[in-house]
Design a protein around this ligand. Sequence first.
Ligand SMILES: Cc1cc2nc3c(=O)[nH]c(=O)nc-3n(C[C@H](O)[C@H](O)[C@H](O)COP(=O)(O)O)c2cc1C
Length: 202
Amino acid sequence: MQLLHLDSSVLGAASVSRQLSAEIVARHQTLHPGIRVVVRDLAADPALHLSSAHMAAFHGAPTDDATITADLLKGNAYMDELVASDILVIGAPMYNLSIPTPLKAWIDRIAVAGTTFRYTATGPEGLLKNKKAFIASARGGVYSAGSPAAALEHQESYLIGLLAFLGVVDVTVVRAEGLATGPQAKDAAISRAFADIAAISA
Ligand SMILES: Cc1cc2nc3c(=O)[nH]c(=O)nc-3n(C[C@H](O)[C@H](O)[C@H](O)COP(=O)(O)O)c2cc1C
């Protein structure tokens, strides 16, 4: 069994999503002793934004650009790690109502027609079957269903939609929100998220 642990916060040791994702991984190590964990710190080592050079290479054009070549290899490794993993743990802070750009850059490498999804006569079909995903969500404000800002929520909803598009429909969100609304609210939100993680079962 393999778990892929992604982090994307730029806040380092102060990051809440990193705290939550690490705890989710630790929970799975307790539930599945010996589970292999592959870690990608997307903030520390991001893929490049897709460029015309990438697109040319995807269509078979040779490249002698060492930067692009190394970045293409990184994208291939992203895909291999994802396909080989049974469990995904995605550290996903909300930045400007959506996800951090290094996480989007990761998605741009793993959402590939013919590999992780395909187009059929009846519409797109996700090809990543039998995987579970956990989203470690952290955000300064409150965007849960029913809150005044709910319509601005393009972080969890985007990830859930994207994962479903790829065939990953077993998705659990562990959320700490309202982190910027005061120290007590922040502590309470993190405590609730840790309780949710402790309740994760195999
Ligand atoms: C660049 C940036 C943009 C942010 N944008 C939002 C936002 O749109 N909405 C929000 O509620 N919080 C926003 N925040 C606050 C973060 O969501 C909050 O600090 C959260 O803890 C981030 O997760 P992290 O601690 O894992 O980095 C932003 C923070 C940063 C650094």
